[in-house]
Design a protein around this ligand. Structure first.
Ligand SMILES: [Zn+2]
Length: 84
């Protein structure tokens, strides 16, 4: 289940666990909340991402490519079943 931007509900979306991405310019940003500093570093691709990073990038690529959640399912599409 994921939530996007100003959407009020979460949606069920199938995302990859692994994702490989490359670009001409890649900047790695590391945010340090204790000293309020963001460190930036240019890195080389391709990047092989897994887990949260993989489906986060997949989500953002959907925005860039205009294929935004075409197969998303809303919470109310689920069937509710009470356990006895
Ligand atoms: Zn989004």
């Amino acid at each position: 289940m994921e939530k996007c931007g100003t959407n009020k509900e979460r949606e069920l979306v199938e995302r990859p666990f692994k994702f490989i991405i490359d670009a001409e310019d890649i900047v790695k940003a590391v945010l340090n909340p204790s000293n309020m500093e963001i460190s930036l570093k240019k890195i080389e691709g391709p990047l092989k991402l897994q887990g949260t990073a993989a489906y986060g990038v997949s989500h953002e690529m959907d925005h860039l490519l205009g294929s935004h959640f075409f197969e998303a399912k809303a919470l109310w599409e689920f069937k509710y079943r009470f356990e006895q």
